[in-house]
Ligand binder design. Structure first.
Ligand SMILES: [Zn+2]
Length: 67
């Protein structure tokens, strides 16, 4: 049981690291975690993409949530 929990935790952490979805502001090029207050306020210019894709587009992580 304990081993199963560790495997599940690893899958969750590794999966999150590989495909961390963020709210990318195409206007300011700042990306946010979805729990961020600025991500919630950003409805017009924000798109949901992976953090790696946001960085590739020249995005910077938000100073409040860390991206
Ligand atoms: Zn943010």
């Amino acid at each position: 049981m304990r081993r199963l929990l560790i495997i599940l935790l690893c899958v969750f952490v590794c999966g999150a690291a590989m495909a961390h979805s963020v709210a990318f502001n195409t206007n300011t090029h700042i990306y946010h975690d979805h729990s961020c207050i600025w991500a919630k306020r950003c409805t017009k210019n924000c798109i949901n993409i992976d953090s790696s894709e946001a960085k590739r587009r020249g995005g910077r992580p938000c100073k409040v949530c860390g991206g």
